[in-house]
Design a protein around this ligand. Structure first.
Ligand code: CMC
Length: 377
């Protein structure tokens, strides 16, 4: 195998980008040069989305306009709801989300991606409508009617309202908003790269986002947040955590929510999420899953930390969502609801100096094989 081939393109730059940066040795993540911890303390998801998409923090009037535009585009057409109704209720919500986002492109067909104005409205619609689709699916599959968005509620508060038709405790909205900030962008990960490849064909943004959603679904990417909670529930009690971890590692099983291609220290997002866990549990009561998770982290650390494997963003996020009563299979759609702003930022960046992605391969098959007729095989 030639030595310039890197399986999984590990360490191979696929683009130049000014959207975000990860220092995997020091555990630093910045969006447009601003530390993600600072954004959690000082910003909101919608302001962060603006920063990612347009490259700078908006002025007060720009921000007000952005919030107004998002708020007024949260509703989804009844035909999208009809589409969701027609899908099997036992299906995975990521599949429903992907189908609905692909279908959105049929309602807003501006396929001219050179039209700056149209691109702005596509970004607004996608950021605004993903939570409405996720919440509608969450209700429809249990036989309940979707709840239309409420314009007087903020982005995160409105999401909880559309899920449960009641206004959640303010602390939920604040913590959830920070979770959205933490998941909004992360350099050249699998779903962003997938979106870039699709964007480079000059496909419309709904198709770009639908293809990214497909890549995010896998358990090695966004799907890990579901698997973590499944694992913690399976462990059941704190005393069973250590033997579970030891058995898993002896059997060469990967622990979900651990490890990262880039971070060789603890993912800074996992550290913030732990702080959010503590804040949530102080206000709303403990979660047994959190105690088990702490024990898993300690037990796994003894073997894995020396290999540069630590908890990643998916390890603690699901524990927060679980405490808020959100179904486990909605965790990855929540990731998508947030990451859509990062995907779209990369889409806009790609369009500025587009070059079609068309990598090479190293052919490892045969040449000049004879064609054998079917009756001679
Ligand atoms: N548990 C146990 N061992 C691990 C883990 C883990 N979670 N992750 C990596 N390793 C070991 C792996 O077995 C291998 O060991 P050895 O060298 O002895 O064969 C070594 O570390 C390298 O693993 P790799 O899979 O080749 O490394 P990678 O850079 O391709 O892996 C990863 C990155 C995220 C795919 C991997 O760590 C993993 O599968 N983690 C579990 C799934 C997960 O939590 N995914 C979420 C990633 S962060 C959020 C996101 O991007 O969506």
């Amino acid at each position: 195998m030639p030595h310039d081939f890197m399986p999984g393109l590990a360490g191979v730059p696929a683009a130049t980008s000014s959207i975000s940066d990860v220092d995997g040795q020091r555990g630093i993540l910045e969006y447009r040069g601003i530390r993600v911890e600072t954004l959690c303390t000082s910003s909101s998801y919608l302001e962060t989305a603006y920063l990612l998409l347009f490259g700078y923090l908006p002025s007060a009037s720009e921000f007000q306009q952005w919030v107004t535009d998002i708020t007024h585009h949260r509703r989804i057409k009844f035909r999208i709801i009809d589409l969701l109704k027609s899908l099997p209720e036992s299906g995975h919500p990521m599949d429903a989300l992907q189908a609905a986002v692909a279908a959105l492109g049929m309602f807003y067909p501006g396929r001219n991606v050179k039209d700056v104005e149209n691109n702005y409205w596509s970004a607004v619609r996608l950021v605004a409508k993903l939570p409405t689709i996720v919440a509608a699916w969450a209700r429809l599959r249990h036989g309940d009617d979707p709840i239309p968005p409420r314009d007087d509620l903020g982005f995160s508060e409105n999401f909880f309202y559309m899920l449960a038709e009641s206004v959640a405790p303010p602390v939920w909205g604040e913590i959830f908003d920070d979770c959205l900030i933490l998941h909004a962008e992360h350099t050249m990960n699998a779903s962003t790269f997938t979106g870039l490849v699709t964007a480079s064909t000059l496909a419309d943004p709904y198709t770009v986002v639908a293809s990214s959603i497909g890549a995010l679904k896998g358990p090695l990417h966004g799907g890990a947040n579901e698997e973590v909670v499944v694992m913690l529930r399976e462990i059941g009690t704190v005393d069973k955590a250590r033997p579970y971890v030891e058995r898993a590692l002896q059997n060469k099983k990967k622990l979900m929510g651990f490890g990262h291609r880039v971070y060789k220290v603890k993912d800074p997002r996992a550290t913030v999420l732990q702080e959010l866990c503590r804040r949530l549990f102080k206000e709303c009561g403990n979660s047994p899953l959190y105690e088990i998770a702490l024990e898993v982290e300690a037990a796994a650390g003894a073997t894995l930390n020396s290999k540069g494997i630590y908890p990643n963003v998916d390890f603690y996020s699901g524990i927060i969502y679980d405490k808020m009563g959100i179904d486990v299979d909605l965790f990855t759609p929540l990731f998508a609801m947030s990451r859509v702003s990062g995907w779209l930022a990369h889409w806009l960046e790609q369009l500025r100096e587009n070059k079609l992605f068309r990598p090479d391969q190293i052919y490892s098959g045969e040449h000049n094989r004879p064609y054998v007729p079917i009756d001679k095989r």
